[in-house]
Design a protein around this ligand. Structure first.
Ligand code: DHB
Ligand code: FE
Length: 315
């Protein structure tokens, strides 16, 4: 039977993709971000999933205001890279797993979650940036990836509670697939950020850290956050974090947090990242060793300077 071995979450800031594509990752501003994912890539190399199920959001690339599916599952064999205005990113095409995706579609829809099925869909930075952060820049992505696009762009997005329950239905679907596949679930987007309006530039690190703590230990608490609370605390685009709850819902109740990274800012956004492993009996852990002190995020001085530049609603 297929089983979910772990969940990973990370921000999807488009400028991270631009830094990779323009070979700027070793510049001090970007090094601070990328060094936080070194251990994650090592974890992923050890984990060697057979398939990833990636919850992400489209930014008016595959969809537009003409069509806004709440939950769109990619059932295609391939997902081309979208042109977001400056040509498609030079990353490998995303290859899907139509057989497992169809099985998930059947199980989840019969479980009363009305998914939109996409046999043709382009994918944008919402998916490709987290793939780069977890896999680096290989010639081909190392495993098939099943995308699930969630509407967090046009009001109303799904509630956190709905997302958490959808995650549970995804877990049931994957765990009833007869092939022995090891699956990693991605939750992407966030953390706190607002990219337009009077509060543009808002970051709320206190909220973000509490969100990460609760994601591991008490995700039910997060399912009670309304959109308004999420947006007030984490900024208008912070609402993307409902997608992390799909990932968390797909994991077991008790998980091991094996890695966490947080740095501020990348572009306009607080970058947050977590790796949660299911406690599978007898399984070899892919465990990311805890980062050495001071390696987890930017050197304190630089970080403090960066923090001064942005508006924070709480210290
Ligand atoms: C930024 C972040 C996002 O999540 C996004 O979709 C677009 C821009 C930013 O920080 O600039
Ligand atoms: Fe976004």
């Amino acid at each position: 039977m297929a089983r979910i071995i772990a969940g990973v979450s990370s921000s999807h800031v488009p400028a991270i993709g631009a830094a990779i594509d323009n070979h700027r990752t070793s510049e001090p501003y970007w090094q601070r971000v990328f060094e936080g994912f070194e251990r994650s890539k090592e974890w992923m190399r050890n984990a060697k999933p057979d398939v990833c199920f990636a919850v992400y959001n489209d930014h008016a690339s595959a969809f537009s205001v003409e069509m806004i599916p709440t939950f769109a599952l990619g059932t295609a064999a391939e997902f081309p890279i979208a042109d977001e205005g400056w040509g498609p990113r030079p990353v490998p095409v995303v290859k899907g797993h139509p057989k497992l995706a169809s099985h998930i579609a059947q199980s989840v829809i019969l479980d009363e979650f009305d998914l939109t099925l996409c046999n043709k869909m382009e994918v944008d930075h919402g998916l490709t940036v987290p793939l780069n952060l977890m896999f680096g820049s290989p010639k081909e992505w190392p495993c098939p990836i099943i995308p699930l696009a969630v509407n967090v762009v046009q009001f109303p997005p799904p509630t956190g509670n709905r997302c958490f329950n959808l995650g549970k239905a995804v877990k049931k679907a994957i765990e009833s697939y007869p092939e022995d596949l090891r699956v990693v679930v991605f939750g992407t987007g966030g953390m706190s950020h607002q990219i337009s309006g009077q509060r543009a530039g808002l970051i709320n690190s206190k909220f973000d850290h509490a969100f990460l703590d609760n994601l591991t230990k008490n995700p039910k608490k997060l399912t009670k956050l309304s959109h308004l609370e999420l947006m007030r605390e984490a900024g208008a685009e912070g609402v993307e974090m409902v997608m992390w709850l799909i990932m968390r819902g797909a994991l077991d109740e008790k998980v091991d947090e094996v890695y966490r990274f947080y740095t501020v800012p990348a572009s306009n956004t607080a970058v947050g990242h977590i790796i949660l492993e299911n406690r599978i009996k007898g399984a070899k852990k892919a465990a990311a060793k805890p980062a050495a002190k001071g390696k987890k995020s930017a050197p304190k001085m630089k970080r403090a300077a960066a923090l001064q530049k942005i508006q924070r609603i709480r210290s």
